[in-house]
Design a protein around this ligand. Structure first.
Ligand SMILES: NC(=O)c1ccc[n+]([C@@H]2O[C@H](COP(=O)([O-])OP(=O)(O)OC[C@H]3O[C@@H](n4cnc5c(N)ncnc54)[C@H](OP(=O)(O)O)[C@@H]3O)[C@@H](O)[C@H]2O)c1
Length: 209
């Protein structure tokens, strides 16, 4: 189970009324389809969830695309796709979330500790994740006190399906505590979403990367 699905199951088990989003892979209950690369779909997604499930008070920006894109071969259309799905969607979803927010709200960005330590061959991914932190800081200053915004920054949690055994081991060897698990991200997310005085924090959960 990948991180997004694990977080939704974790919060549901705690009693939260969770609405999920899916793109290509349906399956989980209370899940709404959208291509987050299309700004209008981000807005209609939030509107549909609110119509069917009631107002939202928390939103986790988890969805992203991740693949190797060496800067010299990264075409403008690849760059744009990463920036749309991994960055512009977080702005569009946040806009739509704020419009329907009636009481106190909380947002959580899911960043990436590898980006914070320098991630070669993934420039558009890294650019988008880094910019999410800039958006977080701006939202913190512009929308307090009704909105709190924090981020969790995972390290090595799950491998992409195409990684070789050698590549996996090389990455594991870089991290003092080895691999983490989705549960580690869930517990950090719970803390950041629940703590009333945490605002503007990016919490690394990375085993000491
Ligand atoms: N896995 C790790 O070790 C790790 C490490 C550091 C950071 N992170 C971050 O943690 C988060 C979760 O990562 P994960 O690896 O576990 O993957 P995940 O939870 O499966 O999240 C990726 C999701 O993004 C969705 N998505 C992709 N393109 C989309 C689009 N155009 N519109 C809407 N949704 C789209 C995918 O849906 P479809 O498959 O249906 O397209 C998938 O459900 C990500 O933000 C990632 O950057 C993960």
């Amino acid at each position: 189970m990948r991180v997004g699905l694990a977080m939704s199951a974790f919060f549901e088990a705690l009693g939260a009324r969770v609405s999920r989003h899916h793109h290509a892979q349906p399956g989980a209950p209370n899940s709404f389809q959208a291509d987050l690369g299309q700004a209008e779909e981000c807005h209609s997604l939030v509107a549909e969830v609110v119509r069917e499930r009631g107002p939202l008070s928390m939103l986790i920006h988890n969805a992203s695309i991740f693949s190797a894109t060496p800067i010299e071969s990264c075409r403008p259309k690849d760059w744009d796709r990463f920036l749309k799905i991994n960055l512009a969607s977080t702005r569009a979803l946040t806009d739509a979330f704020l419009v329907q927010l009636t009481g106190p709200g909380a947002l959580l960005f899911v960043i990436d500790s590898f980006v914070e330590h320098g991630l070669p061959h993934h420039a558009p991914y890294a650019t988008a994740k880094t910019a999410q932190l800039g958006l977080m800081e701006a939202l913190v200053k512009e929308h307090g006190p009704r909105l709190r915004v924090n981020a969790v920054s995972p390290g090595l949690i799950l491998f992409p399906p195409d990684y070789s055994a050698v590549k996996k081991q090389r990455l594991i060897n870089k991290v003092p505590l080895g691999m983490g698990a989705p549960q580690d991200i869930c517990e950090a997310a719970k803390f950041l979403l629940a703590n009333r005085y945490c605002n503007g924090i990016c919490l690394p959960v990375n085993g000491g990367l």
